[in-house]
Design a protein around this ligand. Structure first.
Ligand SMILES: CC(C)(COP(=O)(O)OP(=O)(O)OC[C@H]1O[C@@H](n2cnc3c(N)ncnc32)[C@H](O)[C@@H]1OP(=O)(O)O)[C@@H](O)C(=O)NCCC(=O)NCCS
Length: 190
């Protein structure tokens, strides 16, 4: 899967310890990308404050790294009452790394995480004129049915399976034995 990424790039989950890297990544976004990501012009201070709170409860953030520098990120968080099983996803990729397949790989990992958490609807924080984001979502038409009028995508088969859990755990870089153990405990917990 990592083969489809630009040379030297890798995707891994971010934790609260990565907050500074996340802040620096957001600050490097050009004006247009900031506007697309946050639905409006935002200041450096806004981005600093945002990075401080982004790792709150329930956030799953995948990061795209090149040589140790965070160049892209995808946030997934559940929104609304748990029973509605709705989540929100938002993407940010620094300009030189846009249109190189990174968004596609991040969406792939985000969808897997959404599915494994039983999320059924995914809201995309996406402006109506963001053609690239819309193209990207359309590529995943088999897994995500989209209504851009309301900017809500429906995740197909929103139930974790042993295979989908295993894919996520292995993508997180754990060994196979740990992965199997984790799958068993998550299925039992579900
Ligand atoms: C929108 C964004 C996440 C897309 O990620 P990306 O890595 O640039 O996109 P990808 O290279 O994976 O391309 C996805 C699809 O978009 C389309 N696309 C790519 N570049 C494009 C361009 N310059 N113009 C129009 N469509 C384009 C293609 O259909 C492409 O799929 P394909 O190459 O397999 O045909 C990224 O550009 C970004 O972070 N932009 C700034 C912030 C933002 O807009 N966030 C989204 C709202 S939260």
């Amino acid at each position: 899967m990592q083969d489809a990424l630009p040379r030297g790039g890798s995707i891994r989950k971010l934790w609260v310890a990565h907050a500074e890297l996340y802040r620096d990544h957001l600050l490097r976004l050009d004006l247009e990308s900031r506007r697309s990501r946050f639905a409006g012009a935002v200041s450096d201070q806004f981005l600093r404050d945002y990075a401080d709170i982004a790792f709150g409860i329930d956030a799953i953030i995948h990061g795209f790294f090149v040589d140790g520098t965070l160049r892209g990120a995808a946030e997934l968080r559940s929104v609304g009452p748990a029973v509605r099983r709705e989540g929100e996803a938002a993407f940010s990729i620094e300009k030189p790394w846009q249109s190189h397949g990174v968004g596609s790989m991040l969406l792939d990992r985000t969808l897997l995480a959404a599915r494994n958490r039983g999320l059924k609807f995914l809201h995309m924080a996406c402006l109506a004129d963001n053609k690239r984001m819309q193209q990207l979502a359309r590529k995943y038409g088999a897994e995500l049915s989209f209504d851009f009028g309301s900017v809500v995508g429906e995740v197909a088969a929103p139930r974790p399976t042993p295979l989908s859990l295993l894919r996520e755990i292995i993508a997180d870089g754990h060994g196979f034995a740990t992965a199997m153990f984790d799958v068993q405990s998550r299925l039992l917990a579900g």
